[in-house]
Every structure is written in C-alpha cells, then in structure tokens.
Design a binder for this molecule. Structure first.
Ligand code: UDP
Ligand code: MG
Length: 320
C-alpha cells in the first residue's frame, strides 16, 4: 500500500482560534526536524469564534495544512470521523487543538507504530493538568470500568493524543460520542495490538474545556452500549433470551411453590391466606412478565439485526 505521507495529524477543534497558530508552528517544527512528510488536517467542528478564518489564513501560505469545516457543531467524534476519512498518511495521529497535547510526542508514537508494529498507541496523561475533583478523580474510576469492560489495559482510554496504523482508522466508524472508545472500536474490528505511552500534558492555555462532568455519565452509557453491541449485536436473542429464560424460570418456581403451599394447606384443612395476599405472588407475576418482555425484546432485536445491511460485514485481512 502506498501512502502519500508518513504522518497525518488530525486536529478536531471547536472554538480554539487562539491556539491554532502556536499549535501549527509547533507541529511543523517537530516534524521538519524529524524529516518526515506530513499533512495537518484541521477539522473545524462548527466554530463560531473565527477559527475557520484562522485556518484559511494558515493554509494560504502552507500546503501541508488541509481543512474541513462543518456547517454546525457536530461533536468531536464527527470531526474525527471526517478527519480519518480524509487522512492519507501511513500513520494517523490525533491531537487536541488546545495545546494540552504536546507535538513532541509524535516522533515516538510514529516509531512505535511503524517499527514496533502496534495498531494503536494511546497517550497516557500520567500527570494530568486538569481540575482534580471534576476530571482527574472521576477519570480514574471511569478508566477502571473501561478496562474491566473492554479488556484493554489502558490507563487513559479517552486521551486525545493517539497514533494509529492507517488501516485501523479506515476500518472503524466513530459515531455519536464514541471518540472515547476508539481503542475498543479498533479491538472489535480486529486490531488487537494496542498499547499506551505516557505523554506530557499541559494546562489549557487559551479558551475553555468543551466537556463537563456529564461526560462520565454519557461515557458510561456509551460503554454499556458498545459492550452490548460487540457481544450481542449480531445475536441479540442470546442476551435477551437467556435473561428471559432465567426470569421466567424464577417466576415459574415461585408460582409452583405458591400453588403447592395452598394445596397442601387446603388438604390439611388449615385456614390459609389468599394467594393474592402474599408478596411472593406479586414477585412471581412480575418476574414472569419481565421474562416474556425480555423474549419480546430478543425477537425484535433479531428482526432489527436481520434487516441491518451490516449483518454480513466482516473485516477481511487478506485473500489469496
Ligand atoms: N472539540 C470538538 N468538538 C466539540 C468539542 C470539542 O472538536 O464539540 C475538540 C476541542 O476543540 C479540542 C478537543 O476536542 O480540540 C478536546 O476538547 P477539550 O480540550 O475541551 O477537552 P478536555 O481537554 O477538557 O478533555
Ligand atoms: Mg483539552
């Protein structure tokens, strides 16, 4: 496979006008020093502060800068998606625009992909320069959960600074807010050689953070969705059916118990509470109904996955 450049740097940005000239100058300095061919793809995610005008200005005198401008703000995932589609380099590096990620890391990230053969090298903000309470602490918990669920041993899954083999970004589809889980998307697409590299992290110099505390709730929900999709996306009945059978069985055993107890008491001539007077009756009713609902969800899931155009889409590595 022929690539146009050694490295494609993709920078998703939303209202980061002040940082752009410094960022571009810094990237260029590092890559020219290394003697690598490169392109810088700036994806303006609907900025309203004049970031796009700044990019136009920078690109006018510099052929290594390319730009994509969204008509409105779609989110970081959308920006990365378009950047990945446009990238023509052998190694694709993503980097935040706010100067928190250091371009000095790029040469080593590049080397780890090309020489050591990693599919994905994720940055690890070991000494994170963000607010301790709202970002650093929740982030630790979030990353622990992500490690358990995805089975990928990364300390900082959502680091903006990452390097990929070109093949990886051409074979995954980032959507919604799934930019937090690109290593998981890569793993699910069959790119399992994933590692991390501690990277420098600076305080935000200009502008403000675009993500608040809600990222952890949304991030957790997205993690659940991805986990479900990767495990049962193509066979939803295996998930819902199993849960349905379990629920139904529990309800069934309770029902048998209720009826048997009633009959035994009746045959002994003992006065006994009405069946509808017992908590167990309602529990049995509930679990049986839930069991049936799970089955229904399973059937509907099967119908949806059957009509999906991706139902027989596989990532083929090679054919001879
Ligand atoms: N970003 C984006 N679209 C958005 C929100 C953010 O392209 O809707 C970009 C943002 O400009 C920055 C990167 O994503 O380049 C990371 O955002 P931020 O620095 O706000 O995140 P934090 O460092 O606070 O986690
Ligand atoms: Mg930032």
């Amino acid at each position: 496979m022929d690539y146009k450049y050694d490295i494609s740097i993709i920078v998703p940005l939303f209202n980061e006008k002040e940082s752009l000239p410094e960022l571009v100058a810094w990237i260029k300095e590092v890559l020219q020093r290394e003697g690598r061919s490169y392109e810088i793809i700036m994806v303006d995610d609907g900025s309203t502060d004049g970031s796009w005008e700044k990019i136009r200005e920078l690109a006018a005198s510099d052929s290594t800068i390319r730009g994509i401008s969204f008509r409105r703000n779609y989110g970081k995932s959308a920006a990365l998606y378009e950047g990945f589609a446009a990238a023509e380099g052998r190694v694709v590096v993503t980097m935040d625009a706010d100067l928190q990620d250091s371009p000095e890391e790029v040469p080593e990230l590049y080397r780890m992909v090309v020489e050591d053969g990693w599919d994905v090298v994720s940055g690890w903000k070991q000494h994170r320069q963000d607010n301790k309470l709202t970002k650093n602490l929740p982030s630790k918990l979030y990353n622990w959960t992500a490690r358990k669920v995805t089975g990928i041993k990364l300390h900082d899954m959502n680091c903006g600074l990452k390097a990929y083999k070109s093949e990886v970004v051409k074979n995954i589809e980032v959507y919604g807010e799934m930019h937090r889980y690109i290593p998981y998307l890569a793993k699910n697409a069959g790119f399992g050689k994933i590692t991390e590299k501690p990277v420098h992290h600076q305080k935000r110099k200009y502008g403000v953070s675009k993500f608040g505390i809600e990222r952890f709730v949304n991030g957790f929900l997205d993690l659940m969705s991805l986990w479900f999709l990767s495990k049962f996306g193509k066979k939803p009945m295996h998930f819902f059916g199993t849960s349905g059978i379990l629920m139904f069985l529990v309800g069934f055993v309770m029902t048998v118990w209720i009826i048997a107890a009633k009959l035994v008491h009746q045959s002994q001539g003992v006065r006994y509470r009405a069946v509808t007077d017992q908590p167990l009756f309602y529990l049995a009713l509930l679990t049986i109904i839930l069991g049936v609902l799970f089955f229904l969800a399973g059937f509907i899931g099967e119908m949806i996955s059957r009509s999906s155009s991706a139902r027989n889409e596989y990532n083929i590595k090679e054919t001879i």
